[in-house]
Design a protein around this ligand. Structure first.
Ligand code: GCB
Length: 620
């Protein structure tokens, strides 16, 4: 042993080290206790349950210095200063804020488009709403949040009820112990700061809309309740619906029951010790869900005193070689990519009207499919897709470069993937779970996304796994050989020939070399155009240029023998801070086929013609 190691192990030093360690542990435990709150849960089909809406006006306080959240300077302000908004007699501090006098923000809604001073705001904003409540005996009450971008904390009557990270998935915080009869108040802190170790990370090509961007409500369920379920048409047995219903707090003798009155079919199953009841039953005369006939059935799910009245379609999706089979038949996915940007008013989309307008344009284009980029869209959009007959690619927000070697980042991506799948798994419209978009080809990235793909398959073996990959070029040949392709059922590929590289007619000379004998979806191509700007077909930003890019892309794509679908970028112009070109972009990505004000550009009609006359997608 050297002198210095001996010194390290002297009894005095040891004692000091133990004391420091104990002190650090104590501080950590205190912090953990102060910040601890039960993890939120997923409730499948929460929009089908009776709920008390908390939508509408909420009081708001802007907190750019995070003083309300993390002030360690004043003991009294620690850990959510603003949550104690009702000053108590004897409070050592004068109350320096008052939600009653604070300006209002609408929920649902991003804050950016509600107040000009908030357009560029990134940081926390505090929300508060009063409500009254009449509790029923033996129930659980959940605060349902459709989405809060990005990190959020919730208190009910001053008691912390949950914390959530991830801006595009729904979650439910149990508030049974915090809520009481009569007047109550809920306080939320929502922070849209971007982080290197976030999912997505610091850089995206869309506006970082903050706030309670989707609906908020109170959901009351019986003591024993159905939290999740999965019902789908079997791929291996004809005319069989299978899946499971999961019950929390099952009581002795409880059974789960699934009934489809329209098919005179009913299944009853025992609930196992883990709360899960396996469902498997024959149905006769089922009309499978297709884009042409998007038949939805009323499905009644019961367990104990709990019941959910669902509306579901049934179909199968699988691959065979390079084909995609919907209900056993090859299909070509005539699609378009869509951001959750609200038409006309801009901002984050959330309403039925937003969904119907966007998907209505997709139908008008002749689509049977949409890529809902680059994060999970809301239930409203998915319900509309079910109703309107549009197949869906649903996407986890693993976008561009993340900290792929950071296990915490993987955990965040996994959590969002779980929430996405567990929330949306009963939508007939969804056929593809996309793990990622345009991620750099590194071993850490490949391992990260393979882990996600395995997890997604474990959670839902009935759908196809995809990701939008980058391609590499050798002369005029585009090569798709990203090793991630091995983990996918369907290869997605983005390319911008004629926009970020070459000219529109460069597509004519382009050959494709694809390392995988799997179906391929051209998940993005496109070009920018300002609606109403006209000029020559080689003059950038004009509608003519964009239409020209589409005219040259389509024949090139038709030559890719394993092409089974496409979703050009994109349906509608959307806000992005990366697009500052004055007079043209004005902070909008202008690759939409429709402007944010609903003007259809020339390329819309080029694509519409190809989709409608069948000149693209001969595979069908
Ligand atoms: C891409 C991205 C998409 C961008 C688009 C563009 O490759 O996937 O998010 O918005 O390109 O317009 O550059």
């Amino acid at each position: 042993m050297t002198r210095s190691t001996l010194r390290t192990f002297s009894p005095r030093a040891c004692f000091a080290a133990i004391r420091t360690f104990a002190f650090v542990v104590a501080i950590c435990l205190m912090c953990a206790k102060a910040f601890a709150a039960p993890a939120p849960i997923v409730l499948t089909g929460s929009d089908r349950r009776p709920a008390t809406s908390l939508n509408g006006e909420w009081a708001s306080i802007i907190d750019p210095y995070f003083s309300g959240l993390f002030s360690f300077h004043h003991e009294e302000k620690k850990n959510g200063w603003f949550m104690n908004y009702k000053a108590k007699p004897g409070d050592p501090f004068p109350t320096e804020y008052d939600f009653a006098k604070a300006p209002r923000l609408n929920v649902p809604g991003d804050w950016n488009t509600q107040r000009p001073s908030l357009m560029y705001y990134e940081g926390p904003i505090w929300y508060e709403k009063d409500f009254t409540w009449e509790p029923k005996p033996d129930t659980h009450v959940f605060l349902h949040i459709g989405a809060a971008n990005y990190h959020s904390w919730f208190w009910v009557n001053g008691q912390k009820v949950c914390e959530h990270e991830g801006g595009f998935t729904a979650f439910n915080c149990e508030i049974t112990q915090a809520i009481h009869a009569g007047n109550n108040f809920v306080v939320a802190a929502v922070d849209n700061t971007r982080h290197e170790d976030g999912v997505p990370g610091r850089e995206t090509d869309w506006w970082n809309y903050g706030g309670l961007t989707r609906e908020v409500s109170l959901i009351e369920v019986p003591e024993s309740f159905i939290d999740q379920y999965d019902l789908h048409l079997s791929r291996s047995e004809d005319g069989v619906i299978e899946g499971w219903v999961h019950v929390v707090g099952k009581q002795a003798g409880d059974k789960a029951e699934v009934e489809i009155p329209g098919l005179h079919a009913k299944a009853t199953a025992d609930i196992a010790a883990d709360g899960r009841a396996s469902i498997h039953f024959n149905v006769h005369g089922l009309e499978p869900w297709t884009p042409e006939t998007p038949k939805l059935y009323k499905v009644l799910i019961h367990a104990g005193h709990d019941s959910i009245d669902e509306l579901m379609g049934f179909r199968t999706i699988e691959t065979r070689g390079t084909e995609i089979l919907l209900n056993g038949k090859p299909i070509f996915l005539r699609g378009v990519a869509i951001h959750a940007e609200a038409p006309y008013r801009t901002g984050r989309a959330w309403s039925d009207k937003d969904a119907e307008t966007l998907l209505g344009w997709a139908k008008e284009l002749g689509c049977n499919y949409v890529r809902l980029a680059h994060y999970p869209h809301d239930e409203t959009m998915l319900r509309a897709a079910d109703r309107m007959g549009l197949l869906v690619w649903s996407e986890n927000p693993v976008y561009w470069a993340l900290e792929f070697d950071n296990p915490k980042v993987l955990a965040k991506a996994e959590q969002q993937l779980d929430e996405e799948i567990n929330t949306s798994r009963n939508h007939a419209a969804i056929i593809l779970w996309s793990m990622a978009n345009e991620t750099p080809n590194t071993p850490a990235r490949t391992q990260f996304i393979e882990t996600l793909a395995t997890r997604a398959r474990g959670l839902d073996p009935t759908r196809l796994i995809t990701a939008a990959l980058l391609v590499r070029a050798q002369g005029t040949t585009k090569i798709v050989d990203d090793p991630l392709g091995q983990a996918l059922d369907v290869i997605g590929v983005n390319e911008y020939i004629g926009w970020y590289e070459g000219h529109p007619d460069s597509a004519d000379k382009t050959e494709w070399q694809i390392a995988y004998q799997k179906p391929l979806i051209l998940s993005e191509f496109g070009a920018g155009a300002k609606a109403g700007l006209h000029g020559g077909e080689n003059e950038r930003w004009t509608e003519e240029y964009q239409a020209n890019v589409y005219r040259h892309q389509l024949p090139m794509l038709n030559k890719i023998s394993q092409l089974r679908g496409m979703s050009p970028w994109c349906l509608m112009d959307f806000r992005s801070p990366n697009r500052p070109l004055v007079g043209i972009q004005d902070e909008f990505n202008r690759k939409g086929l429709v402007s944010d004000q609903g003007q259809k550009k020339k390329a819309f009609y080029v694509l519409q013609k190809a989709y409608k006359d069948g000149s693209i997608g001969k595979a069908e």
